[in-house]
Design a protein around this ligand. Sequence first.
Ligand code: MV4
Length: 446
Amino acid sequence: MFKKILIANRGEIALRVIRTCREMGIKTVAVYSTADSESLHVKFADEAVCIGRPASSESYLNIPNIMAAMEITNSDAVHPGYGFLAENAKFASICNDSGVKFIGPTADMINKMGDKITAKETMVKAGVPVVPGGESLLESVEEAKGLAKEIGYPVILKATAGGGGKGMRIVWDESEIEKAYDTAKMEAAASFKNDGIYMEKFVEEPRHIEIQVAGDQFGNVCHMSERDCSIQRRHQKLVEESPSPFMTDELRHAMGEAAKKAAAAIGYESVGTVEFLVDKHRNFYFMEMNTRIQVEHCVTEEVINFDLIKEQIKIAMGEKISGDDYFPHMHSIECRINAEDPFNDFRPSPGKITTLHVPGGHGVRVDSHVYAGYTISPYYDSMIGKLITIARTRKEAIDTMYRALSEYVIEGVKTTIPFHLQLMKDESFIKGDFNTKFLETFQLKK
Ligand code: MV4
């Protein structure tokens, strides 16, 4: 049983973890940078320790300072949230070596999924469908040419150390391959200090559908159904929902079983997410596994009525999961409210929130760390909060979302609210007719 958990994060996810800890009777420690001394996570936690200057590298990514904070507060576990150190294998192993339980998978599991070609190899062995193409690193441009001919253009080059869309190159025909190979390799080396790249068939206009999973220390795994995250812009998700409007019972069963195989293949322990590309024929392919709690976990919590953070903590304490799979009983949509100007290429808009009115009422959940007078720092991501609606049907969840967005008043900074208001009235969105390319052509009206 954990007595005290240190939360190595900030913002809404730090608050989210503190809330569950309170309910479980576990004491909490917040860590904060000098830019966050007025943040709510600092005020809501039982204790708080300043860990450095505003730049993430000097605070939320500063492992020695975080270890020192655990030491002086006598914390017995650490929750990494998402981002920052959540998928840092070195941090996970340092914690466990220091006798502080990392609330997440082991360093070995993080590494197995962090290297994309290793992950793909593991999935092939486990019988999880992967995108046709190379199952090993490319050794030369000649090999790349030969392989592309075999699988057929278009193909995509990806960095093995990448993920989340960084360092990808789509190649439409042979005339482009040499240049694409060289730039992909150079970008990979520069971004990840690892120039390994591999090739896949390029799946055109796919949906991004991910399956929430959980595994315990006893080898049990379960799935918790899907989230549709196809509404993204430059690999930044803006809207997520569960269930996916594209889902069928048959596909959910097949993807759920594949996700469980993926988790079981590495003996996965904790909550996690298996991401798939789904083509228009409902073929699905393993993309990557996120070995952390995700921003959009809330829509799953709402449709299966289940606290995923509580489950994550219980698994870390050595408890068994029920072993049952979970299926959606409601429909839930999440809109990310960012301090960005949707009329100006979603440019970040940090600054002070002068006026704030938060929506409420039936079917509305708001996960946010801001208050009137709060200053959104330019040092961190621009998320102000997440607006989540829950209803019996997708149509009602959209209607509730439109109503809640209309109530939301945030003054002082530009926000993504006007974008979401228009999206909720978009005919294709309402029909559930969208894929990952949707926002490339979505026209925001002035
Ligand atoms: C792909 C793909 C098409 N075909 N792989 C983007 C994030 C990274 N995890 C992998 N990504 C993609 N991989 C093949 N073989 C298209 C994407 C992709 C994408 C995926 C999910 C959500 C949004 C996307 C936007 C552009 C490209």
